[in-house]
Design a protein around this ligand. Sequence first.
Ligand code: FDA
Length: 303
Amino acid sequence: MISRLLLHASESKKLEHTVSRSRLTRGLVKRYVAGNTLDDALAVTAALKKKNIDVSLDLLGESVTDLIESERATKEYVEAIQAIPRHVPGSTISVKPSQLGMLVDKDACARNLSVLLAAAAENDVLVEVDMEQSAVGPSTLEAYRALLPKYTDTRVAMQAAVRRTQDDLESFTEHKPRIRLVKGAFKETLAVAVQDKDEVTYRYLKMSEWALANLPDPAFGTHDDRCINHVKATAERLGVDRRNFEFQMLYGVRRKLWTELVQEGYRVRIYLPYGTAWYPYLMRRMAERPANLLLFMRSLVGG
Ligand code: FDA
């Protein structure tokens, strides 16, 4: 119930205005976001790399309503792509199609995505496509499918909670996708996605088995011990080497576990957001952990 309220709040422009101006939210933002600029993100990335932890850079911003904004985001992403080989090789970028204009003009979004992928290929950087709310999910997959034959290493996030995900996964026949399996962070109807947390986890476990058995280099985006332990045990049972898949986690969540996994010989990549448009991202993080609700309410009252 609380989670759904917070997810609802993540879409409210009025609340965004209040929360973004509150000084008390800053501590929360700092926990989950590297900073306002690319340089802030590169500094955090370099520090993580020293601990053998990789990063995927996420320029904050989503659901843009005009194409100028989407072109600006594309340009900023190209800057990040060009900085990676020089400063933090091995890092990837994570992009949200709605930030590249998917809700305004699908063709423009596809063009922006092509620009990013071409720049990424030139700089030897891999791109990960985030999966957003169901209003953009099918078009995201369509765009990904069209680009996959040319950019075969591109990763796409797939949401275990969403009912069509397993069918979508099996629909890739010629080129197998590299995926990031996640539970799903968006508010969806019962028709689109499973809502019961245990059922979502069960689906995650089943899909992780399928991914390890059928897909190249899968990534598992989760902080849930049940999912992580299941992935480890399944990989062991199937004889998949620890270096042939990776765990991904969000910056600010379960830091100790990152180093523990690295010490056990697993690959770990941290999803690292930067930029000023942090409101919807932060609200989804709050929804995942209602214990943060008190902090958040204080930031509203105090702000
Ligand atoms: P669960 O929510 O059960 O959390 C397990 C434990 O992790 C909690 O008990 C708590 O200890 C800790 N935890 C989880 N979230 C926390 C938080 N916000 N703050 C503090 N502690 C927390 N979703 C999506 O729809 N599309 C996408 O593209 C992505 N991309 C993505 C990338 C990466 C690298 C990750 C890790 C996650 C995503 N997600 C996502 C988000 C994902 O769908 C999901 O909402 C979160 O990962 C939370 O689910 P868990 O699997 O961690 O389990």
